[in-house]
Design a protein around this ligand. Structure first.
Ligand SMILES: *Cc1c(COP(=O)(O)O)cnc(C)c1O
Ligand code: SF4
Length: 356
């Protein structure tokens, strides 16, 4: 990398100097940073509209005192990763797939992160021996068909280490798919180097799922990084967290999903925000999410419709929570179906009358 193009991580002590935080808030930032990791990248800082006190980019990454308030329903491990972790670095909740977390470091720390208790802290990297044990766990279980490499952010690893992971998994006969979950193409796009793209080359299908929450995150550099991946033939999907004040607005979600699809990225999940500690100010109600999803259904291409999901607190897994258009009609044994305009229609039951 040429001199002067080094990656600049903006930490808690730099927020005032960069103008992202007023000087009077130093103490507030210090208190949040004592609890949760704080960092963003220069690319993200450049996207912030400093004239807007409620800027949807800044509010995702710049800490606030609201994070120091924990509500009774919030939990340190909201989706129950710990409960399903048989060996360090592995989460095995579903029969056919596991999470592999080689690092718990991220280029940015999202203020609503569902793993905020563990990301960016000590012991954030799996050492060589632990990674080998995680691979052994996968090799020994033929029911595992897919490995989801996540973290933290796996694209923060050196391309050589990513290549080692891909090569190792590519040699496990029972695996069909290797999937990476990352925010790097959006928040630190220059890390998507030729070496990184080459590291993802494999016999098996390698999917990349990017995390993006607001259309303004998809700036030219991010689009270029995504294009490097799609040009290499890698299928891309996206996940979005529904966040109050950031994207709890039909027009914002519409712009986000349209832009993703136009970049060859298929919106995969819209996540209802998890019950992570100190994140109540980001959460909407489920009814709000359902209203947004319903309004998108009628006006945007089916390609732009992610599945709205909730990860049930306690480790019970993800379930779709979009409003359902069909209800059983008790009197006829058939169904009542609601169309996009809210008008109800009868639909017949099973011809044999055995349904339900
Ligand atoms: C979210 C998650 C997955 C992936 O679920 P998909 O529905 O296949 O995307 C796998 N394992 C765990 C533990 C998860 O939390
Ligand atoms: S990039 Fe993902 S893992 Fe990292 S802080 Fe954001 S939500 Fe958490």
């Amino acid at each position: 990398m040429p001199e002067g193009a080094r990656r600049v991580a903006i930490g808690p002590d730099d927020l005032v100097a960069t103008g992202l935080v007023e000087p009077g808030r130093t103490e507030e930032i210090r208190r949040v940073a004592a609890e949760y990791a704080v960092a963003l990248t220069q690319d993200v800082a450049d996207l912030v509209d400093r004239a807007d006190p409620a800027d949807p980019i800044a509010s995702q990454f710049v800490p606030t005192a609201a994070e120091l308030i924990t509500t009774p329903e919030e939990r340190p491990d909201p989706i129950g990763d710990e409960r399903w972790s048989p060996v360090p670095g592995i989460v095995h909740r579903y029969l056919d797939r596991v999470l592999l977390k080689p690092t718990l470091l991220c280029p940015v720390y999202c203020r609503f992160c569902f793993r905020r208790e563990v990301v960016g802290k000590k012991g954030a990297m799996l050492d060589h021996a632990a990674l080998e044990r995680a691979f052994d766990y996968i090799r020994q279980r033929p029911q595992i068909w897919e490995v989801i490499v996540t973290g933290g952010d796996p694209f923060l690893l050196a391309p050589r280490r990513i290549a080692d992971i891909v090569r190792t998994l590519d040699q496990v006969p029972h695996l069909g798919v290797i999937r990476f979950h990352t925010r790097v193409p959006v928040v630190d796009p220059r890390l998507v180097s030729c070496a990184l793209v080459q590291a993802l080359a494999a016999e098996k299908a390698v999917y990349v799922v990017i995390h993006a929450n607001h259309p303004r995150e998809l700036a030219p550099k991010a689009r270029e990084a995504v294009f490097k991946l799609t040009r290499a033939g890698i299928p891309l999907l996206s996940q979005t967290v529904l966040l109050r004040g950031v994207n709890d607005d039909a027009a914002v979600l519409e712009a986000l999903f349209r832009r993703l699809v136009a970049m060859r990225v298929k919106p995969y999940y819209l996540h209802h925000a998890d019950l992570a500690r100190g994140t109540a100010h980001f959460r909407t109600g489920i009814a709000t999410g359902q209203r947004l999803v319903r309004s998108l259904r009628g006006r945007v291409s089916g390609l732009c419709q992610p599945t709205y999901v909730l990860d049930i607190p306690g480790g019970y897994g993800k379930v779709p929570i979009a409003p359902c258009a069909v209800t059983p009609d008790g009197s006829s044994g058939g169904w009542i179906v609601e169309d996009g305009a809210g008008v109800q229609h009868a639909y017949p039951g099973d011809p044999g009358g055995k349904e339900g």
